[in-house]
Design a protein around this ligand. Structure first.
Ligand code: PEP
Length: 250
């Protein structure tokens, strides 16, 4: 049995004060002793420290939205794995479609970042997913397979990697992939991992779905055999909605 994992990606939202308030509301909404599934929140970098203090001792883990592959130096606007670890992050999201789309992230840079995060002991959420044009040109399977294969190139141990399948056309658009559409790609990802790492590693790999997950559609998505939780954008900015999604995975 794979333990489900639900992570809220707050993106470029919330001041430090707003992040702390949202983190407090979430901890309260989940209730003391919650252990239904793995849970994380990914505030902005400036809010990590304060949000981390609020969630300390709760079931909620601190997640970063990205990391660089060098230790330090002249990389304006970037953040290092050491900085993220020092502030208490346990996971880092790498290769989110917004990073790929707006900030020039490629499978090669995603791979460098993943290698660095794993080497430094951070767990990784690798995001993959096709654009609408790619889906319509029927290259979803080719695109997702390359993102997985190239993103993980040269990595021998994926026991601390989670993959998030996030069809770009479903992110922040209100359009959710149907549970059948999502399951089809999740199975493809698991089969790709079987080819690369064998049955045991593929059987243990958690594959999250992301793309307009809401309290109303979460349970159906999470009931699919190869969907092991969610990476949640918009709905994670509301504690009650996010808690409802987490409970649907529990
Ligand atoms: C995301 O960006 O990871 C995401 C899934 O966003 P949303 O839930 O808003 O579609």
């Amino acid at each position: 049995m794979r333990q489900k994992i639900v992570v809220g990606n707050w993106k470029m939202n919330n001041t430090i004060a707003e992040s702390s308030a949202l983190a407090s509301e979430l901890v309260a909404a989940l209730g003391k002793g919650f252990s239904g599934c793995e849970v994380g929140i990914a505030p902005t970098y400036v809010a990590l420290q304060e949000a981390g203090k609020i969630i300390a001792g709760s079931a909620v883990q601190l997640v970063a939205q990205n990391c660089h592959y060098e230790n330090d130096g002249a990389f304006t606007g970037e953040i290092s794995t050491g900085m993220l670890k020092a502030v208490g992050c346990s996971y880092v999201i790498i290769g989110h479609s917004e990073r790929r789309q707006f900030f020039g992230e490629t499978n090669a840079t995603v791979n460098l970042r993943i290698k660095k995060a794993l080497a430094e002991g951070l767990k990784v959420i690798l995001c993959v997913g096709e654009t609408l044009a790619e889906r319509e040109s029927e290259v979803t399977s080719k695109v997702v397979t390359s993102q997985v294969t190239e993103g993980l190139a040269g990595i021998s141990d994926i026991s601390t990697v989670v993959i998030a399948y996030e069809p770009v056309w479903a992110i922040g658009t209100g359009k959710t992939a149907s549970s059948a559409q999502a399951e089809e790609v999740h199975l493809l990802i698991r089969n790709t991992i079987t080819k690369l790492y064998g049955d045991a590693a593929a059987g243990k790999l958690r594959i999250q779905y992301g793309g307009s997950v809401k309290p109303s559609n979460a349970a159906e998505l999470f009931a699919m055999p190869n969907i092991d939780g969610g990476l949640i954008g918009g709905a994670s900015l509301n504690a009650a909605d996010f808690a409802a999604i987490i409970k649907a995975a529990s």
